[in-house]
Write a protein that binds this ligand. Structure first.
Ligand SMILES: *[C@@H]1O[C@H](CO)[C@@H](O)[C@H](O)[C@H]1NC(C)=O
Ligand SMILES: *[C@@H]1O[C@H](CO)[C@@H](O)[C@H](O)[C@H]1NC(C)=O
Ligand SMILES: *[C@@H]1O[C@H](CO)[C@@H](O)[C@H](O)[C@H]1NC(C)=O
Ligand SMILES: *[C@@H]1O[C@H](CO)[C@@H](O)[C@H](O)[C@H]1NC(C)=O
Length: 760
């Protein structure tokens, strides 16, 4: 409460009889405490006065001098972040099995003075029952090796001892008990399977052993299934995230020999969310597909393996088939230091792969919190993080969940100061991301109608901290805001800002030279921004500090791992909370949104250059290609120039607003003020809805859930972004008629976007 009087400014005298040293000491402490409370009350009092004196801009608690973002930056506390992370990592929270953590999250946010509720959905998910990988002699039935399929307990790390820890398991894996000879197929990428075929090795009726990397799990299994494999084992090779990278846990952050990577094998690039309710919410009574009709599921069984379990399998291939290094130069992994030669097989011995899972419809819990905007309650900034994890999930995602709680505490403190955001802020703590981005996807599907009208932007943080390198993907329209916000956040243990270090680190994506601006990647998939960006056309950001992949989706992504090797003083957690909060507040509170259509239009030119080069690479006969290729993109080129012109026009309108009225619209004449409000509203509407213009209601052919013409996860990439997916895929398929139709269609949508920007 804001006090009218200041009774605590003068401290009461020490009570009589307080002469002893102990009593005096205690009293001194009380006095210091009272003084602190007194100065806080005074500050609140002054702020309250300032707010009250500023009612000309509707009923605002605002004052031009009160910079909520800046004030917020001082709130995130490493102590709270550490406590939050300790909580989330104290028990497993696989999707659908830990309602307690949802209730805790809701109650914590509510305690900050923010409305929060649990929203449930009912997806169809699987859980492990029994599994086996064994090597045996088919003639004698003699078993030569049984895989452990469990991660070792590490003394001193309680998370590794949790009896609820999952064994080796893939979310959405198919039930099966299959036997066949073994074939090694490197990363199991399309190129790898092609190379294998070219080398004369068939995977038909075989059990295929591949390593993690390059392509998502689901696509490895899918590609193997297409060529007739019976089952797939995916192991973590030490070259990719084990001892070749550095010391392994608990001596260092990298993957130890018994560790394997759990994860989903759903085909997220077809559609994410509940497999049985594509495009609509998995509510309790929703109509559901038959599981056989779901097109985003694999049909052959799979399991993850540690390199300790993979080693005997690789040894069984020795001398069989081809030497792997003769099939491709990147085919040899890191077990050579243990004397393993990498061969393709097929093996003489047989492998039995048993994957018994239980599929059922299970309730999951999103926590949705809401702070209503005072001026534009029907415009919403949404921020989100998933809560579910395969194990303790210290980095993925609990570092983000810890940050979200701390962010809510900061917002709560601002609210107590009398601040309210101009626009509505929504916080989403999503469940079941790990299975297939389910919580966020179902929520977007259920709320799409009003989101389409009201959403300003979505800011996702999955793992907030898994290293020290800031990495971000996002819509080009949000780049400028990202630059500005990162310039305000100090980078831990340095005198630089996050922006400075981000710019420095960007060099490695720009051929080793420091680029002019830091790199913002286009969004593909792999986290909860997907439904917002690629399905609903809501400009999105996805960010985090990354670097160490060595505990990813294992029991060792634990509090101990985090606090020993990654973020001992929680300064990176703090930096991410600050940045996330600042972005949220700027998006919710800037009178004129800092979204830049000019950047989008400029980047669009790069997108077109990129897809043109890619399409050229898909045409085997290059004679006279330059001319024909350029011709194939002529509508898009024209539309891009058109969009850029419109974006400049919009910028001029903004400059006019700033020059003639000022962004705050704080003038005494009612008529001028109304004109200013109207112009400002119109500008904000153009910049927030620009992304929506890139939504093609008919979707990308073959995976129509994805509707954004510019970005989607690649059909054969999984998570990475494919620019102009429909064009890329038509070119890959050599379907030039379809290509031409999409090129004109995409150009038409961009022309519409250009017209939209000029609509005042
Ligand atoms: C759920 O999480 C809480 C808090 O982390 C933990 O105490 C509990 O054991 C977890 N439940 C299960 C089933 O793992
Ligand atoms: C799986 O198949 C193997 C080999 O055919 C067989 O020995 C075993 O009993 C089967 N296990 C289960 C659980 O069906
Ligand atoms: C399987 O066992 C038979 C019979 O002992 C033996 O001849 C054969 O070499 C064994 N195969 C392999 C690959 O070890
Ligand atoms: C930051 O700057 C101060 C003063 O210039 C210097 O003493 C300190 O070593 C710097 N710290 C780091 C981490 O660079």
């Amino acid at each position: 409460m804001l006090g009218e009087k200041q009774p605590l400014i003068t401290t009461p005298p020490a009570p009589a009889g307080c002469e002893s040293e102990k009593c005096q000491r205690m009293y001194k402490r009380i006095k210091v405490g009272l003084l602190a409370i007194a100065s806080a009350a005074l500050a609140l009092h002054v702020l309250g006065k300032v707010f009250k004196g500023c009612e000309h801009d509707h009923l605002t608690p605002h004052t031009p001098d009160f910079d909520a973002g800046k004030v917020f930056l001082s709130f995130p506390s490493t102590k709270h972040l550490r406590e939050n992370l300790a909580y989330y990592t104290s028990g497993t929270h696989v999707a659908g099995i830990n309602r307690t953590q949802a209730v805790y999250t809701r109650d914590y946010i509510q305690a900050q003075g923010i409305d929060a509720e649990i929203v449930e959905y009912y997806p169809w998910m699987n859980y492990p029952v029994d599994q086996r990988v064994a090597l045996f002699n088919a003639t004698t039935s003699e078993v030569l090796f049984e895989a452990g399929l469990k991660e070792d307990v590490i003394p001193g790390d309680p998370a590794s001892e949790d009896p609820n820890n999952l064994p080796a398991f893939h979310g959405y894996s198919a039930n099966g008990n299959v036997t066949g000879q073994l074939v090694y197929a490197n990363y199991g990428s399309l190129d790898d399977f092609k190379a294998l075929k070219a080398a004369g090795i068939s995977i038909k009726d075989k059990v295929v052993l591949v390593r993690y990397g390059e392509m998502t799990r689901g696509l490895k299994v899918y590609a193997a299934g297409l060529d007739g494999a019976r089952g797939v084992l995916i192991y973590s090779d030490p070259a990719d995230d084990g001892y070749v990278q550095g010391p392994v846990y608990p001596e260092g952050p990298w993957r130890p020999e018994s560790s394997f990577q759990r994860g989903s094998v759903s085909l997220i690039q077809i559609y994410p969310g509940d497999p049985l309710t594509p495009g609509y919410a998995a509510t309790k009574d929703a109509p559901r597909l038959d599981p056989n009709e779901a097109t985003n599921l694999n049909r052959i069984p799979s399991l993850p393996l540690s390199y300790r379990d993979a080693e005997p399998l690789l040894r069984a291939l020795k001398g069989q088939g081809k030497l792997a290094k003769e099939v491709g130069d990147n085919w040899v992994g890191g077990l050579t230091s243990k004397g393993v030669e990498y061969w393709t097989g097929p093996s003489e011995l047989s492998v039995n792969l048993l994957n018994q899972v239980e599929y059922k419809i299970t309730p999951i819990q999103n926590v949705i919190a809401r702070i209503e905007g005072w001026s534009e309650p029907n415009r919403a900034v949404i921020i989100g993080n998933h809560r579910d994890a395969w194990c303790a999930g210290a980095s993925d995602p609990s570092s983000g969940s810890a940050a979200m709680l701390e962010l809510s505490r900061g917002l709560g403190k601002l609210l107590k100061l009398g601040w309210r955001p101009r626009r509505t802020i929504i916080l989403g703590s999503w469940d079941a991301e790990e299975y297939s981005l389910i919580g966020s996807t179902e929520w977007v599907e259920e709320n799409q109608k009003w989101l389409n009208a009201e959403a300003v932007a979505y800011v996702n943080v999955d793992g907030a901290v898994g290293g020290s390198e800031y990495a971000v993907g996002g819509s080009p329209v949000l780049k400028h805001l990202l630059y500005e916000a990162t310039k305000q956040v100090p980078y831990p243990h340095s005198n630089q800002t996050v922006y400075d270090v981000w710019l420095r680190d960007s060099a490695k994506y720009a051929g080793g030279v420091k680029p002019e601006k830091p790199i913002v990647f286009p969004l593909g998939s792999g986290s909860d921004f997907t439904a917002f960006m690629s399905h609903a056309g809501i400009s999105s950001i996805d960010m985090g500090f990354g670097g160490y992949g060595g505990s990813y989706h294992s029991n060792y992504d634990s509090f101990n791992w985090m606090s020993k090797f990654v973020d001992p003083d929680f300064k990176f957690h703090q930096a991410m909370t600050r940045l996330w909060g600042l972005l949220t507040i700027r998006l919710a509170d800037d009178p004129v949104l800092d979204l830049k259509p000019t950047t989008y239009a400029e980047d669009l030119k790069d997108y077109i250059d990129g897809i043109e080069a890619y399409v050229a690479s898909q045409i085997p006969d290059k004679t006279g290609i330059d001319e024909t290729i350029a011709k194939k993109f002529r509508h898009l080129r024209r539309a891009q120039r058109n969009l850029l012109r419109s974006a400049y026009y919009l910028e001029k309108r903004l400059q006019y607003l700033q020059r003639v009225y000022g962004e705050g619209c704080q003038m005494s004449s009612g008529r001028r003020r109304r004109r200013c409000f109207e112009l400002r509203k119109s500008i904000n509407e153009r910049v927030t809805k620009l992304e929506r213009q890139f939504i093609d209601p008919s979707g990308i052919p073959g995976r129509e859930w994805y509707k954004h013409i510019l970005v989607s996860p690649g059909r054969w990439m999984g998570y990475d972004s494919q620019i102009f997916p429909a064009l890329a895929e038509a070119a890959e398929d050599g379907n030039w008629k379809a290509f031409q139709a999409y090129e004109e269609r995409a150009a038409g949508l961009i022309d519409d976007a250009a017209r939209f920007l000029r609509k005042f």
